[in-house]
Design a protein around this ligand. Sequence first.
Ligand code: ARG
Length: 464
Amino acid sequence: MSSEKTNQSWGGRFSEPVDAFVARFTASVDFDKRLYRHDILGSQAHARMLAEAGVLSSAERDAIVAGLDEIRGEIEAGTFEWRVDLEDVHMNIEARLTERLGVVGKKLHTGRSRNDQVATDIRLWLRDEIDAILAELNRLQAGLLQLAEAEADTIMPGFTHLQTAQPVTFGHHLLAWFEMLSRDHERLLDCRRRVNRMPLGSAALAGTTYPIQRQVTCELLGFEAIGGNSLDGVSDRDFAIEFCAAASLAMMHLSRFSEELVLWTSAQFQFIDLPDRFCTGSSIMPQKKNPDVPELVRGKTGRVFGALTGLLTLMKGQPLAYNKDNQEDKEPLFDAADTLRDSLRAFADMVPAIKPKREIMREAARRGFSTATDLADYLVRKGLPFRDCHEIVGHAVKYGVDSGKDLAEMSLDELRRFSDQIEQDVFAVLTLEGSVNARDHIGGTAPAQVRAAVQRGRELLAQR
Ligand code: ARG
């Protein structure tokens, strides 16, 4: 049967054309066409290597490299016709090359397979994505440092169980998020090392009979290492799973961050204001200003966890080497990368615009007996055992609840009812400033420590 009726790339052994629905069902071009730039890069490197190995002439190489450049131009100009009957990005581009160059175009696929080609493309694509994601992460972290420095002295309640626990500085709270994001950066960078290994040359599964020079393509494509086993090369998708795991953790962090922003913008907290450009209104309740950006990021976290679970399940139990199942790797991976990148971008834009309401934060910290631990520590310094101090302060708090007074609002006589060890110097301890300043060690909430941590953060960002 002529190749008109069957797929021109593999139709030789077929006696009837593929069912029209099956052709659509098995095609991936609708989503994998976004790999076109990396597919072309990989093909150009492969053609250059084949010429160096003496498999292609230099004229053939030059025609292929130039032809692929022109195809890239067509795709970017929107004049390229993507054909579902050609299945995927790889065969669409190759068919077009052959249309332009004739028989020379057909030589490009010598010594390779779509199996090592697609594995190469995804890795090249993901490497670029990780770099773009790291750039947004840097921008967000720089914004956090800037805000933390400005709010190093701002006092707010710190929470455990979402109940007022001890006073902290807002700058310190912001730096907790900075710390989480630093770990995300480390994880993504570490993942990038394993993304950046080259499967090209694995061919279909067993390698190839041509005298390929894998170090040449490795260098041309900027890979850090050559995959050591062709069967593993075409089937390994660990790097995509690792990326989704790192992305899931980063999104989990953003979801926690989001949740706090949602709480803090509520009428019940009113700790911060978000500028209108990051919020939307309600079509029915005129007073509403909703924190949509953090809410949406909190919600989008689920789809990245879904991508991770999907890819793990995709790979579970797959026999070596390539299986068509692997075509299902792309959509979740693309979606996870897009979601993380967009979420980081939105946060990087939004964070420097957060407006803290310092008086309200301070008032919230003043209420709720947030310096109770400081009073207990004060009594310990006077020589009492901590457990007894805990009990004494518990009585004082109960008295405060009943009489509507915070600890700092009680007179010395009132306080001395609970312990005669309490003296005039207690009031320095009961103030919010006294409380945060006392936690003056690496990682503590004291304003001086916040400023030092901002400095360390700046040095970290400068080293990247
Ligand atoms: N579109 C395929 C994928 O994404 C490319 C590799 C196809 N290989 C094959 N032997 N059918 O995985």
